[in-house]
Design a protein. Structure first.
Length: 91
């Protein structure tokens, strides 16, 4: 995590992992007995926790895609170095 690019991609990847976990566990965390869910074995709390994880992951990915665009805008348009990006944008 020595450069801004690596930090951005690291957090972007963490958000993607969280969103993926939310998608994978979604059918199973739904409350048991829900008529439209075949594999629901959870309760309301597991459903809410899963929704929080999924939404947090999705929002993190969306925000860090914008941050990635900002990073490349600064690098390409303003010829900004990594240290300058850290000082002016990250800090």
């Amino acid at each position: 995590l020595s450069t801004p690019y690596r930090r951005i991609i690291f957090v972007l990847s963490l958000g993607d992992i969280l969103a993926s976990i939310g998608y994978i566990t979604g059918p199973f965390s739904s409350p048991k007995g829900t008529p439209t869910v075949l594999w629901g074995v959870g309760n309301t709390a597991t459903c809410n926790a899963n929704a929080f994880i999924k939404v947090y992951g999705i929002l993190t990915v969306q925000i860090y895609v914008v941050v990635t665009c900002l990073y490349y805008y600064c690098k390409l348009n303003w010829k900004m170095s990594n240290s300058a990006f850290y000082e002016k944008i990250e800090k």
